[in-house]
Design a protein around this ligand. Sequence first.
Ligand code: ADP
Length: 304
Amino acid sequence: SAAKLIDGVAIAKQIRDEVKAEVSEITASGKRPPQLTVVLVGSDPASVIYIKNKIKACEYTGITSDTIRLPNSITEKELLTELDLLNNDPNVDGLLVQLPVPDHICERTICDSVAPEKDVDGFNIMNVGSFCVDAESFIPATPAAVMQMIKRTGIETFGKNAVVCGRSKNVGLPIAIFLHGDGDRGNLAGDATTTICHRYTPPEQLQVFTKTADIIVAAAGVPNLITADIVKEGVVVIDVGINRVDHPDNNGKSMLVGDVDFEGVSQKASYISPVPGGVGPCTVAMLMKNTLLAYKKEIHFAAH
Ligand code: ADP
């Protein structure tokens, strides 16, 4: 049986259109639109492309945006001063620092220096701690995208077996938090029995888990990690991987692939998300949703 495609481009458009409709209502009532400010340190080519996609989504939805480009040589202290200005700027609703930052700057310090109520990436430790205890928070865009793709496709997670491959703090870990979480407490939580696999999960153990999984979320950054022989018939597969590999034509070109052998796994899965055109576009759309939430000041943090 051939799997149904989870069309990330279509779901992303649906989400962007919801944001766009709300932004038009805001501007029609005479108020200024939401504003997203992105800080880029240096000129990492992948970061430049990611930011371009974010700005395009802002333009589509009517959110205003600004990219602040800072030199690679900037000190951590100077960057913190810049963030302080933006945190205190009432015209900035959403604020994010595009990762990675250069090695001489501490990523954790930077993430924690974006004001929690402007932290549309959900990387501030206040946000991370809040969603871990089912309190109000911004939900990082990639986990939010994965959960939206599951929910909007009508995939049941309640009581199912889910496997997440990858435990990164910004992607794998929060995905597992939402998949296993208590649906009575968090509206995105999936109530699935969730297993987290990572780089030290031996391949023979990985397949013990993936073979009993109803839902597999692959976020390991390993091409062909998930192949048809290690999944069961009818599995739902969400591919979060973004890997640049040589083009099979051997023409010197490269191409993007996920962590899943799409051709093979499609023959067994009930639903599968492609790369490109899956999680990526939905992630950008969820960032727009978070920026709108920041504008509406809908996320409240306990006094700290
Ligand atoms: P991202 O932030 O996109 O999740 P990272 O490169 O930061 O990507 O993290 C990759 C994650 O994938 C790590 O948590 C790592 O332990 C995990 N990982 C790497 N190799 C494997 C593997 N063979 N099986 C399962 N998980 C893996």
